[in-house]
Ligand binder design. Structure first.
Ligand code: NAD
Ligand code: TYD
Length: 339
């Protein structure tokens, strides 16, 4: 089978390609990625010379590039996106262009080229925010109530995917997953950012009161869920995917410091994120019942593996914490980032 992965040089996309080629060596993978600040070909060093892997530099909003990359492809797995909430608050335009328009360009090409499966990677953030302390969880029937420019643009892309299925009969599946962490994650997101700061003995900037809750999933478990959906997911269906590790941000940060043997006095409470969603939680009974999904990693195991990976990959860390990263850090946090 020939698969087109979009955004395969990013965090989850590159983990997915490495996972897929290990488990499906008979398949061919084309990786279409424009290499924004978040895209990094170092992530794919292990497979870059393999016969059944090909990188194509291109933008998903570019019809010609997309059509060329999609030729002969049976399955599309669409990860490419602008993915960071804080950046979407600073500059929303790129989110609408890539996440909404880019998805529509891909859907159009998939329809014209007769792609057999279009799997769209989405997020639990499209459902909005839950009350702290309630026992409510998101599931496939939860109405969309996105609250940030990021989640609004992802919600727009999900709606387009559904519309192409409904109107033109495009064979699609969608997964809405919770917060991922693991190797190759860009250090703008909570876990790698706090890890980098802690290793450099710099303050750890916790937004607001630190009580916002996320459900953390080790990235390999997300890859496994996608594999299950591609193998046996029902066409036209959405699957919510969770990590079964709901935690307040402050507890994530404390666990990280404890594992590293660093003091809690590094924690600094800073100004809250505007419109900060309070709590996300996933009820993933559908994918558990239909496809036998279970996350294989506890948070403690996943965190230890993640810390080990960042410690063993200093060259990768040095490369991503470049000038652009320093500028972003200064703009977002009003001070110099760790070096
Ligand atoms: P990421 O920011 O690490 O990577 C995104 C990749 O997309 C990068 O390689 C980037 O170069 C590429 N890209 C961006 N714009 C592009 C364009 N116009 N054309 C081609 N390529 C482009 O993101 P991630 O964390 O790996 O997330 C991947 C997907 O998973 C996204 O769709 C995101 O919404 C979704 N998701 C992420 C999480 C999470 O916790 N990170 C959770 C649920 C869902
Ligand atoms: P993030 O990793 O940006 O994911 P998302 O906002 O998509 O869930 O943030 C996870 C949580 O951590 C979120 O509640 C915001 C919080 N956070 C901080 O407290 N400080 C930070 O520096 C960052 C990046 C996030």
């Amino acid at each position: 089978m020939k698969i087109l992965v979009t955004g395969g040089a990013g965090f989850i996309g590159s983990n997915f390609i490495l996972y897929w080629l290990k488990r499906h060596p008979e398949d061919e993978v084309v990786n279409l990625d424009v290499l924004t600040y978040a895209g990094n070909l170092l992530n794919l060093k292990e497979v870059e010379n393999q016969q059944n892997y090909r990188f194509v530099k291109g933008d998903i909003t570019d019809t010609a590039a997309v059509t060329e990359a999609m030729r002969g492809v049976e399955t599309v797995v669409h990860f490419a996106a602008e993915s960071h909430v804080d950046r979407s608050i600073l500059e929303p335009a790129a989110f609408v262009k890539t996440n909404v328009l880019g998805t529509q360009v891909l859907l159009d090409a998939a329809l014209k080229l007769g792609v057999k499966r279009f799997h769209h990677i989405s997020t639990d953030e499209v459902f909005g925010s839950l009350e702290l302390g309630s026992d409510q969880k998101f599931n496939e029937e939860t109405p969309y109530r996105p609250c940030s420019p990021y989640s609004a643009s992802k919600a727009g892309s999900d709606m387009l995917v559904r519309a192409y299925a409904h109107t033109y009969g495009l064979p699609v599946t969608i997964s809405n997953c919770s917060n991922n962490y693991g190797p190759f994650q860009f250090p703008e997101k909570l876990i790698p950012l706090m890890l980098m700061n802690a290793l450099a003995d710099q303050p750890l900037p916790v937004y607001g009161d630190g009580l916002n809750v996320r459900d953390w999933i080790y990235v390999e478990d997300h890859c496994r869920a996608i594999e299950l959906i591609l193998a046996a997911g029902r066409i036209g269906e959405t699957y919510c995917v969770g990590g079964h590790s709901e935690m307040a941000n402050i507890d994530v940060v404390k666990e990280l410091l404890k594992t590293l043997g660093k003091p809690e006095r590094l924690i600094r409470f800073v100004k809250d994120r505007p419109g900060h969603d309070r709590r996300y939680a996933i009820d993933d009974q559908k994918i558990r019942d239909e496809l036998g999904y279970r996350p294989a990693h506890t948070f403690e195991e996943g965190l230890r593996a993640t810390i080990d990976w960042y410690r063993e990959n200093e060259e990768w860390v040095r490369q991503v914490m470049d000038k652009e990263y320093q500028q972003y850090y200064q703009q977002q946090y009003g001070e110099k980032g760790p070096v």
